[in-house]
Design a protein around this ligand. Structure first.
Ligand SMILES: [Fe+2]
Length: 230
């Protein structure tokens, strides 16, 4: 019997006409199975060479505090049975509060912030939980179509046991008015799956007068699988 790890409609369409670059890069031939050239068996462990001070606090990478709304984002990485995925390396990257990436290819009108670079990384703990502090990213224009603005989002990359295993997704914020107009968000066919990319406001994880909390769980497989491939 064939086992479908993820139900149909959860992963985005590889070619989705409103998302124009997918037309050029989406595969049009059936995938080929290739043999890994090097056996990849070494487990990723928490490693001082991987994690540097303040990697999980994107507000402390510059000389001073960055501009914008400071937030904390936390959640658990779990499998289809809710079992934690422990000691797993997560990377995040995002625009600053004004909607500008610290990257030469982003030449938008929004200002750069000399104290915010928008990149962080962290490991999940024994319960599969990750946590990082950042600035709430702004929406940004991306020229896909007329008045094309991305809803505010944070990019996530999850590594498996080895660097060759990598899943990439995007986290959004509740009640964003741009969801209905965003071809990347809507390249996920299933409405319920789309909503699983939207974080929840969390009073529990809010830190006093300092920052609001958002919770975003990541499920690798099964009925509640998080969409990947965005
Ligand atoms: Fe982005």
């Amino acid at each position: 019997m064939k086992f479908d790890a993820v139900e149909t409609g959860v992963y985005p369409d590889l070619v989705y006409l409103p998302y124009k670059s997918t037309v050029k890069r989406g595969p049009i031939q059936a995938p080929l199975r290739i043999k890994a050239p090097v056996p990849v068996t070494r487990n990723l462990q928490q490693d001082a060479r991987i994690l540097l001070p303040h990697d999980a606090d994107l507000t402390r990478r510059g000389q001073a505090a960055p501009l914008g709304e400071k937030i904390v984002v936390t959640g658990r990485v779990v499998d289809e049975d809710g079992k934690p995925v422990r000691n797993s390396l997560l990377e995040v990257w995002q625009a600053n509060a004004a909607g500008r990436y610290w990257h030469k290819r982003d030449q938008g009108h929004a200002p750069l912030d000399p104290n915010f670079f928008g990149f962080g990384k962290m490991m999940t703990d024994g319960e599969g939980r990750y946590r990082f502090v950042t600035i709430k990213p702004g929406p940004y224009p991306w020229k896909n179509h007329d008045k094309a603005w991305r809803p505010a989002h944070i990019h996530f990359s999850l590594f498996g046991n080895v660097y060759a295993q990598r899943l990439v997704t995007q986290m959004y914020f509740p009640n964003d008015p741009l969801f209905a107009y965003d071809p990347i968000f809507n390249s996920i066919p299933d409405e319920a799956a789309r909503q699983r990319l939207v974080s929840r406001f969390s009073l529990e994880h809010t830190v006093g007068d300092e920052m609001l909390g958002y919770e975003f769980d990541i499920v690798l497989r099964g009925r509640d699988a998080t969409p990947f491939g965005l």
